[in-house]
Unconditional design. Structure first.
Length: 101
């Protein structure tokens, strides 16, 4: 399969699924957390996919690898905010496991 767009990358598709999941799960969080875990989890998860897309769009291996390192950091930040959300009882263990698979 020839890769014509970042959307053809499996890693980007998984990152996009993570973003959609984060948005769905945070809808049920308390409204007063909109500037805390809701915002942070959404921002970090969407940054994973955005950095992959950006790196692909720069068209050099060096830039792609740099963007993938940044995306990895954002994935770890997403993992932390999902852990925080679970520990605050905004997310149950099954939801946490789904985010972190």
């Amino acid at each position: 399969m020839q890769i014509k767009s970042f959307e053809d990358l499996e890693v980007w598709r998984k990152a996009h699924e993570l973003t959609l999941l984060s948005y769905r799960l945070t809808r049920a969080f308390p409204p007063d957390e909109r500037f805390g875990p809701i915002s942070q989890l959404r921002r970090a998860s969407s940054s994973v996919a955005a950095n992959i897309a950006e790196g692909y769009g720069r068209r050099t291996t060096k830039e792609l690898l740099r963007s993938l390192r940044i995306a990895n950091g954002e994935a770890e930040e997403t993992r932390y905010f999902s852990l925080l959300s679970k520990d605050l009882s905004y997310m149950n263990a099954q939801e946490f496991d789904t985010v972190n698979q």
